[in-house]
Design a protein around this ligand. Structure first.
Ligand code: PMP
Length: 303
């Protein structure tokens, strides 16, 4: 059971989490016509009167775009103000995860996005490690990542997560921790809720935006950090066998942070992971606001 933060934002106001409930007839529940964000925050290790949200502006922008795909006008600055107020009201005591959600809130049937009421809610939960920081085993999924011609992959559309769910469960039921999905071209796309990176000969390779990936904010952070550290980064299509032949493979996501991959199918990877560890150390320092160079990525909220 999760430890939910006590206050939710629901129907334009802050209410106790237990009172933020929806009808079984809610349109989005039936058609997957929602879109969400996912942010991590922590109490500031240097200042107990402050919380830190990582890359708040990028998350608000992505959610605002996702809302646009649902024909809902929700400006990024409005989302940001609600999220800041949300943190101030909750004053979490540990690392937490915030889940903002836009959705078709009408009661009624018929899939559509026009002439239908939409709404926005926010809730949060305490969140430790989503995947083992020691590393995970990955199965190549028999389910394929969707294509942008079927649904807007630049949004985090809730209906798309049926594929992630099928892939994750298939992986876990066959003894793996996580799934790696190929795209319809048979190239590596991403994991069930993380982007993927391969290290070969000191260079980092990750599938580009044309590989049906989610435009991950941690992915963007990793690429920026790597370039700043002088590590060569290549965004291109990636073959399955490159995962098996890699020196290092890691996953990135808000929930998963940087998680090393120990094994892909039955191909074991080295336990020496100099680049993964270097990036992970740097990302942790940045999220804890211990790296002045990346101060702009950390949004402090005083309470
Ligand atoms: N891909 C998918 C399918 C995801 O759900 C996520 C998590 N939001 C990611 C990648 C990683 O994105 P981010 O770094 O923005 O959390």
């Amino acid at each position: 059971m999760h430890n939910f933060l006590p206050i939710a934002y629901f129907r334009n106001q802050f209410v106790p989490f237990g009172e933020a409930n929806l009808s079984i007839a809610t349109h989005a529940l039936h058609y997957g016509t929602g879109a969400f964000g996912g942010l991590r925050g922590i109490p500031d290790p240097q200042n107990d009167q402050q919380f830190l949200l990582f890359r708040l502006d990028a998350h608000c922008k992505r959610l605002s775009n996702s809302a646009k795909f649902l024909h809902y006008d929700l400006p990024a600055d409005k989302i940001q103000q609600i999220l800041v107020d949300f943190v101030k009201k909750n004053r979490p005591t540990t690392s937490f995860y915030i889940r903002p959600f836009v959705y078709t809130s009408d009661l009624g049937i018929a899939p559509r996005l026009h002439n239908i009421e939409k709404d926005f809610f926010v809730y949060g939960l305490e969140l430790g490690d989503y995947l083992s920081p020691e590393g995970v085993s990955c199965r190549i999924s028999s389910w394929y990542r969707q294509e942008d011609r079927s649904l807007p992959l630049r949004g985090k559309i809730s209906g798309a997560y049926i594929t992630s769910s099928l892939a994750k469960t298939e992986a876990v039921e066959s003894g793996f921790d996580e799934a790696i999905l190929m795209n319809s071209q048979g190239k590596v796309s991403e994991a069930s809720g993380m982007n993927i990176f391969v290290v070969r000969n000191g260079k980092i390779i990750t599938p580009g935006f044309d590989q049906d990936i989610l435009e991950g904010i941690t992915r963007d952070s990793v690429l920026t950090i790597a370039r700043d550290l002088g590590i060569e980064v290549i965004e291109r299509s990636l073959d399955k066998s490159e995962l098996f032949a890699a020196d290092e493979v890691f996953l990135s996501g808000t929930a998963a942070k940087i998680t090393p991959v120990q094994r892909v199918e039955n191909y074991h990877l080295s336990t020496e992971r100099p680049i993964t560890e270097k990036l992970r150390e740097k990302l942790t320092a940045i999220t804890e606001n211990r790296d002045p160079k990346y101060q702009d990525w950390v949004f402090p909220i005083a309470v």
